[in-house]
Design a protein around this ligand. Structure first.
Ligand code: SAH
Length: 349
């Protein structure tokens, strides 16, 4: 079957066989990618119109107990100036975001042992008490089921935990032995089970990644049915073991965004910061390939340069309000616009 027929098949049945994924991913042409983008845009527009949801990311800490080989804030990187935000600082970020129109706050950080359940429950309750109409998303890595449940009970409703790779052996090449692929996958299932709108995702072009690994990612997601998918190109960081590894391909990232949209029509799919870092207009290209979410930074300006997961991450020196206006203006150039609101998942789980 040729690639265009595979795209039709994917749109029709929401899944493909392993060999079909491998074929698409390893033999796609620019014309195939454009055809996928046209279809993916049509699917996204049928669900969301030309509206793009925006979420504010608050990077609450760059302390991390883990030593992932790709990540700039890994424990082993001695060059990082570490910081963590206080509850008051986090609430200030939310206040600035709320005034600018944000209705989803994403608290992301390294796995910082300071943020115990008690500390996080206090923060999440304060945000949900102050902004009852806003959604709280957490992206704090692997925690116990009890912890996830307690944070849900405190008011968090979404959780982003990229699976990074659906291939256990590949996971082992990206992480030290003390981190377990099985545990990460178990966390994802627990999150979904508790009732979180759950996001997974992989880095495109991560070191040692093959088309077969990406096929596994797509097959995992077809089965897991995440409500959100966060995916962007791998970008090297100079103070990590992967400093000399090549960056992932923007073209392949865009193609995969389209495939995700065709596979899971209702999925909330951000055009990620990594994509915008790899290419100046990357986020707009992401929208044109089926993405429907952007996630501007709400972290305090003074700390932004310290949350460097990869080299050249833009440290936009803009207030929440200015960055919203700028993103909206950018989107207008391609016929889209920002849409205020929580932007919850609307599909059937
Ligand atoms: N500690 C949290 C948040 C991690 S940061 C967690 O474990 O989930 C969010 C995502 O950034 C990671 O899941 C990873 O996919 C991505 N990331 C980290 N380093 C990266 C790099 N060098 N290039 C591209 N993406 C990276």
């Amino acid at each position: 079957m040729d690639n265009l027929a595979l795209l039709d098949l994917l749109e029709e049945q929401g899944r493909l066989e392993r060999q079909q994924w491998v074929q698409l991913i390893s033999t796609y042409t620019p014309e195939d990618s454009e055809a996928a983008a046209v279809k993916a845009r049509a699917v996204a527009q049928s669900r969301f119109g030309r509206d793009i949801f925006f979420r504010g990311i608050v990077e609450i800490s760059n302390y991390c107990r883990n030593d992932c080989y790709y990540c700039g804030i890994r424990r082993g990187n001695r060059k990082v100036a570490r910081y963590r935000l206080s509850k008051e600082e986090i609430l200030e970020c939310c206040a600035e975001g709320y005034a600018a129109g944000f209705r989803t706050f994403v608290l992301q950080g390294g796995e910082d042992v300071h943020f115990t359940d008690q500390v996080m429950i206090d923060i999440v309750s304060a945000i949900s008490g102050t902004y009852p109409e806003c959604a709280i998303t957490l992206s704090l890595g692997e925690r116990s089921r009890e912890s996830y449940q307690a944070l849900y009970d405190a008011g968090a409703r979404r959780y982003l935990l990229r699976h990074e790779t659906a291939d256990a052996a590949h996971y082992g090449l990206l992480h030290p032995a003390e981190l377990s692929w099985q545990h990460r996958m178990d966390c994802l299932r627990e999150l979904k089970d508790i009732g979180y709108q759950t996001g997974c995702g992989m880095m495109v072009g991560a070191p040692f990644q093959t088309a077969d690994h990406l096929a596994s990612d797509m097959m995992f997601m077809a089965e897991f049915k995440p409500q959100m998918i966060g995916t962007g190109p791998f970008l090297p960081h100079q103070d990590t073991p992967f400093r000399d590894q090549p960056a992932g391909s923007v073209e392949l990232t865009l193609f995969l965004l389209s495939l995700c949209r065709l596979m899971l029509p209702d999925v909330l799919l951000p055009a990620t910061t990594a994509l915008g870092t790899a290419r100046g207009n990357g986020r707009l290209m992401g929208v044109l390939h089926g993405a429907n979410v952007i996630m501007p930074n709400l972290s305090p300006l003074s700390q932004r340069r310290k949350y460097m997961l990869y080299d050249n991450k833009p440290r936009e020196e803009r207030s929440a309000e200015d960055s919203i206006a700028a993103r909206d203006a950018d989107l207008h150039t391609i016929g889209y616009r920002l849409r205020q609101g929580r932007g919850d998942y609307q599909g059937r789980n």
